[in-house]
Design a protein around this ligand. Structure first.
Ligand code: DCT
Ligand code: MG
Length: 511
């Protein structure tokens, strides 16, 4: 059953067609008997609707004047899937789970082609997850069976849980992506990341090259790697990368908090290969962040467990509520997506009451509170550069402008389940990386969506907004370039609806 349609859509009754509605409709020959279209007037207007109906009929499509049981395809313009479902509900119409809800772009493509074209994620206002029900719809026989419908190239139109059936391939591709990143080869890095991401969303394991047919984002190079892994159990290229000195050094250097590609490059060129040599070299200057990175290295490279994240959450809430009693505090990042481990713990903080002046002080107060409790090992506050009317960034990887702080907190062992990690001799705490982000209350939905990730999911959301909807999205806002307006949202669901996307739950965003 389609996960999106559970609320409104009941089984489709096969009643005889209501001929009355159709008789009135057209003197044109119907060339595509199996499709019955209905064009939604809402947000389109009467005259444009009449024009499109006439055009479609002239091209041989059957178009109903009224919505009846025989309709197989509803076409809408400037409406999201939820808009159409809501409209159907208001009309008290029970739509079938097999009814296709499509954007006008599909009809445009059909009119251009002079025949029904394949429905893809870009056309579908509701994208079905279980294709078997739709496949049994006789009305769709002449179109490709929906099981073969394209998987979207955008991660935001796929559901990616942590249940990855294709680890063997995705780990290999992510290693190659990381190697490209270390070589600052952005194009190839993106290509490998997209390929890994699409494979993570598949509900089946790839066992032969035939399984890769029709899957987007798999270029020739990626297919070669998949083929080699299928045949030999491993990829020679990945093996070479894992043994490569530069890759190994960059992997090691960037594992230090505060060390990025530039510093890694410098150290590698200087001939360093180990952290101990770097730490003991008197000629090197380290940033405050890097000093903390070396100081707490062992703790920071060992992943944060969910139990630790929850213990940190208690500390953070105590500190924030001491300064701002009505604050909403949400855990974001990987833990919100259901991950069991992470490299840090991310929190979003917001409050409906706070004034702009007060807002500026909050993270300072919170970190002072933590400092006074003896829990603050490192703190870097980034002041807000947020502006209300600034357009969303065009860059898919742009950093946001909210006030935030990057912390290392001291988590005492009694707060977590002892024995989950090895304790250093005599040490009674673990250093944990924590990010706190503070956003204006009216932007909380955008900030939450942005900070929940995954990074690949966020990149594709923005790319989708830009290329498919002529909109601009970032962690602060959504801007409609056609209408030249900012679209407000109180929840993540509303942002997806503005974008005409089905809602993807946080645990389905592990792209
Ligand atoms: N993010 C963002 N701007 C940043 C950093 C992160 O919008 N400057 C978003 C992208 C993902 C999300 O916030 C959380 O970031 P990470 O903590 O880096 O990723 P994660 O998914 O939580 O992974 P991990 O488990 O490794 O922490
Ligand atoms: Mg995180």
């Amino acid at each position: 059953m389609d996960a999106q349609c559970t609320v409104h859509l009941g089984p489709r009754k096969k009643r005889p067609r209501q001929t009355g509605a159709l008789m009135a409709s057209t003197p044109h020959d119907v060339r595509f008997q199996e499709l019955v279209l209905y064009i939604l007037e809402k947000k389109m207007g009467t005259s444009r609707r009449a024009f499109l109906m006439e055009l479609a009929r002239r091209k041989g499509f059957r178009v109903e004047n009224e919505l009846s049981d025989s309709v197989t395809h509803i076409v809408a313009e400037n409406n999201s899937g939820s808009d159409v479902l809501q409209w159907l509900q208001v009309q008290n119409i029970k739509a079938s789970s097999q009814l296709e809800l499509l954007d006008i772009s599909w009809l445009n493509d059909c009119l251009g082609a002079g025949k029904p074209v394949e429905m893809t994620g870009k056309h579908q206002l509701i994208v079905r997850r279980d294709f078997s029900t739709a496949a049994s719809n006789p009305g769709l026989q002449k179109l490709p069976p929906p099981a073969l419908q394209k998987i979207s190239q955008y991660a935001c139109q796929r559901r990616t849980t942590l249940n990855n059936c294709n680890c063997i391939f995705t780990e290999a591709l992510e290693t190659l992506a990381e190697n490209c990143e270390f070589q600052e080869n952005e194009g190839s890095c993106v290509a490998f990341m997209r390929a890994a991401s699409v494979l993570k969303s598949l509900p089946f394991a790839i066992v032969s090259m035939k399984d890769t047919e029709g899957i987007p984002c798999l270029g020739d190079k990626v297919k070669c790697i998949i083929e080699e892994i299928i045949e030999d159990g491993e990829s020679s290229e990945v093996k070479a990368v894992l043994n490569d000195e530069r890759y190994q050094s960059f992997k090691l250097f960037t594992s230090v908090f505060g060390v990025g590609l530039k510093t890694s490059e410098k150290w590698f060129r200087m001939g360093f290969r180990t952290l101990s040599k770097i730490k003991s070299d008197k000629s090197l200057k380290f940033t405050r962040m890097q000093k903390a990175g070396f100081l707490y290295y062992e703790d920071l490279v060992s992943c944060v467990t969910r139990a630790e994240a929850e213990a940190v959450s208690v500390l953070v809430k105590e500190a924030v509520w001491a300064c701002l009693p009505d604050a909403f505090i949400t855990i974001t990042g990987g833990f919100r997506r259901g991950k069991k481990i992470g490299h840090d713990v991310d929190f979003l903080i917001t409050s409906p009451e706070v004034t702009e002046d007060e807002e500026q002080q909050i993270l300072h107060k919170v970190t002072n509170f933590l400092e006074n409790k003896g829990l603050l090992l490192y703190c870097d506050i980034i002041e807000s550069t947020f502006e209300k009317f600034k357009l969303p960034s065009r860059k898919v990887d742009a950093l946001d402008h909210f006030q935030k702080c990057f912390l290392i907190l001291k988590l005492h062992h009694q707060r977590v389940d002892r024995g989950e990690y090895s304790q250093q001799e005599g040490k009674t705490w673990k250093a944990i990386r924590v990010d706190l982000v503070l956003c204006p209350y009216e932007r909380r939905a955008f900030a939450l969506l942005g900070w929940t990730g995954s990074r690949q999911f966020e990149r594709d959301l923005r790319r989708y907004a830009t290329h498919e909807r002529k909109m601009m999205l970032d962690n602060h806002a959504l801007y409609d370039k056609t209408k030249r307006i900012f679209l407000k949202a109180e929840s993540e669901e509303e942002i997806f609806a503005h974008l005409g996307l089905d809602y993807i739950e946080p645990w389905e965003r592990n792209a």
